[in-house]
Ligand binder design. Structure first.
Ligand SMILES: [Zn+2]
Ligand SMILES: [Zn+2]
Length: 123
C-alpha cells in the first residue's frame, strides 16, 4: 500500500517543527523568551475534554508554537525552514494571517502612542 500524501507532508512538517524548536529560543514577534516546557494549563479544560482523569487540556497562551512568516493562506511554505519561526501561541494568534513584518508593525504601531515633539525647521 502507498502511504497517503498528507502523512508524508506531516512528516516533513514535524521535521521542520523539531528543527525550529531546537534552534530558536525567542518569540519571532515579541522577542521575549519562549518557555518550551509550557503546554497545557493545569486544571483548565476545553468543552470537548475527553477524560475526567485529564489534568488540563487548554493550550497555554505562552507556549511555543511554530508559525509561518508568510502564512499558508498567502502562499508561504510550512515546510521551508526559512519561512518558519518559533512564536508564543498568543503572538501567533495576534499575527493571524499577517506576515511577521506586518504583525510587528501593528504591534509597535499600537504601542508607540507617545509622539516625540521635533523642533520645527522654521525656528
Ligand atoms: Zn511572543
Ligand atoms: Zn481536559
Amino acid at each position: 500500500m502507498v502511504a497517503p500524501l498528507h502523512n508524508a507532508n506531516g512528516h516533513r512538517r514535524r521535521q521542520v517543527v523539531a528543527r525550529v524548536k531546537a534552534e530558536e529560543h525567542d518569540c519571532a514577534l515579541c522577542d521575549q523568551h519562549v518557555d518550551k516546557t509550557l503546554n497545557f494549563i493545569a486544571g483548565e479544560h476545553g468543552k470537548k475534554c475527553p477524560s475526567r482523569d485529564c489534568i488540563g487540556c487548554m493550550p497555554d497562551p505562552m507556549r511555543g508554537e511554530v508559525d509561518e512568516d508568510v502564512p499558508r493562506s498567502r502562499g508561504g511554505s510550512p515546510y521551508d525552514r526559512g519561512n518558519t519561526h518559533l512564536m508564543h501561541r498568543k503572538c501567533n494568534q495576534f499575527k493571524s494571517d499577517m506576515t511577521i513584518a506586518e504583525a510587528r508593525e501593528k504591534l509597535h504601531g499600537a504601542k508607540t502612542t507617545t509622539r516625540t515633539v521635533t523642533a520645527s525647521p522654521i525656528w
